[in-house]
Ligand binder design. Structure first.
Ligand code: SAH
Ligand code: SF4
Ligand code: F3S
Length: 449
């Protein structure tokens, strides 16, 4: 009987992709992934440290596993991801029931660490070192479905093109938890995409903390290319139906990249461009290196190249020193751009970040009030935006079919629920839907005949 692995993943797509990689690595060691925590022999908690709340969620799950270990002493508990990277040794003393602590750059060592633990050679394993030249190994071989790895890719997959971040926004832990920015080689990326498409993958999302600076910083490639050049190469892979990327930093968004939206047919008209604040003073204190005006100019250019492009953003409210006037500027920006959607957060102090030492912190009640104001307006705008799709026919890529109802996403990344004749359809297929209802967060319609 094979051993069972349960992974709980918090945080961003980087962590999601790492969890996939770990499942692949451990499948080769005879671990089958389970979605039932109680039946696991190995529990891994893949943690996020971006805000205090995210970290608390991870700690509360890890804490609760102390009881599980008492009931089942052979259970192995591991902590991986950004909290593991940041807390390392401290985590070992705070949570003595944890057997395995693995930082963000050491996940490839997991099989060997686990071997030592399971054979009784060691009582605890911890690896959190950061290597300045670390680069992602090519995974294509792991993805091939063979007897040992019962894992086949779905119809959509992430492909990591770079790791780490060099931007040091004053509020952000990522440069510490993920290390320096390093771009993967073009050859590795293309090989991975080609192999995935051969195996039936139809949609690829290129992944990095700031994909716009791909190839511009540290790269392992002897002949580096820019991000728009990489995008063109990936877009040309035969059989790839949809191409996306995330995330972009506005300061590195070039004209050449915007042009791609006009020229590459399979590049989806959806762009996540985090703005963070609508006040130049706050942007400067955040170390974002762009102004509101330059952001708005880029939005206007993007819309010239691709009028149907759906824009999404991230916003932090209550950054230290944010006055009512600064917050009003963020609201104005929201009303001017009218984002299709956004993720908004209350500012949170993080370890080893510059803004933690800023003295003009904003009280919690004001942060909450501003967040509610922002989200209420965003919901209103999202609903208005979604209503623009009423009675239009959109193409969706089907994600699931349940009880005669289809769920899928448009190229603009809108979630659509549709009813109709689903008989010949499968997940991953494209289908045309006529939109009949629009809500804040999704659209509903019927399959076009
Ligand atoms: N690399 C991406 C995303 C990083 S994290 C980028 O640069 O856009 C995702 C989002 O979390 C950020 O865009 C920011 O809005 C938010 N965030 C990061 N640190 C935060 C903090 N200390 N407090 C509140 N929100 C934060
Ligand atoms: Fe964090 Fe800024 Fe890097 Fe994004 S660009 S990961 S917000 S430091
Ligand atoms: Fe969280 Fe680490 Fe991603 S801190 S947002 S999981 S890079």
């Amino acid at each position: 009987m094979s051993r069972k692995l349960y992974i709980k993943t918090f945080g961003c797509q980087m962590n999601e992709r790492d969890s996939e990689v770990i499942a692949q690595l451990l499948a080769q060691e005879g671990f089958a992934t389970t979605s039932v925590q109680e039946e696991a022999d190995l529990i891994l908690v893949n943690t996020c440290s971006i805000r205090e709340k995210a970290e608390q969620k991870a700690f509360s799950l890890i804490g609760s596993l102390r009881e599980e270990k008492k009931k089942n002493p052979s259970l192995v508990v591991g902590v991986i991801g950004c909290v593991a990277q940041q807390e390392g040794e401290h985590l070992r003393s705070r949570m003595p029931h944890v057997d395995l602590i693995v930082g963000t750059q050491q996940i490839y060592r997991l099989p060997a660490m686990l071997d030592r633990l399971l054979s009784g050679m060691t009582q605890k394993e911890i690896a959190t070192n950061m290597e300045s030249s670390f680069s992602i190994p090519p995974f294509q071989k792991l993805l091939v479905n063979n007897e040992k790895t019962a894992i086949t890719p779905g119809f959509k997959q992430f492909v990591t093109i770079m790791q780490g971040c060099d931007n040091f926004c004053s509020y952000c832990v990522v440069p510490t938890t993920r290390g320096r920015e390093i771009s993967r080689s073009v050859r590795d990326i293309l090989e991975e995409v080609e192999l995935l498409v051969e195996q039936g993958v139809r949609e690829i999302t290129l992944l990095g903390q700031n994909v716009n600076s791909y190839g511009a910083t540290n790269t392992v490639d002897p002949r580096p290319v820019s991000f728009p050049q990489l995008l063109r190469k990936v877009s040309a892979v035969q059989g790839l139906q949809r191409l996306r990327f995330t995330t972009s930093h506005p300061k590195d968004l070039s004209e050449e990249l915007m042009q791609c939206f006009a020229e590459l047919e399979n590049l989806c008209p959806h762009f996540h461009l985090p703005v963070q604040s609508g006040s130049d003073k706050i942007l400067q204190r955040m170390n974002r290196k762009y102004t509101v005006e330059s952001y708005l100019q880029k939005v206007a250019r993007l819309r010239q190249y691709r009028p149907d492009i759906a824009l999404a953003t991230d916003v932090i409210v209550g950054f230290p020193g944010e006055t009512d006037v600064d917050f009003a500027a963020t609201m104005r920006l929201l009303q001017e751009v009218r984002f299709h959607g956004s993720f908004s957060f209350k500012y949170s102090d993080r370890p080893h970040t510059r803004s933690t030492s800023f003295t003009d912190k904003i009280p919690e009640e004001i942060k909450s009030k501003r967040l509610a104001t922002f989200q209420k307006e965003q919901n209103k705008i999202s609903l208005q935006r979604n209503r623009e799709y009423l009675e239009k026919t959109v193409e969706i890529m089907i994600e699931s079919i349940l009880d005669g109802e289809i769920k899928g996403r448009t190229a603009t990344n809108h979630m659509v629920h549709a009813a109709g004749n689903v008989d010949s359809l499968l997940p991953g297929d494209l289908a045309l839907v006529i939109i009949e209802h629009a809500g804040n967060h999704s659209l509903k319609g019927r399959l076009s005949e």
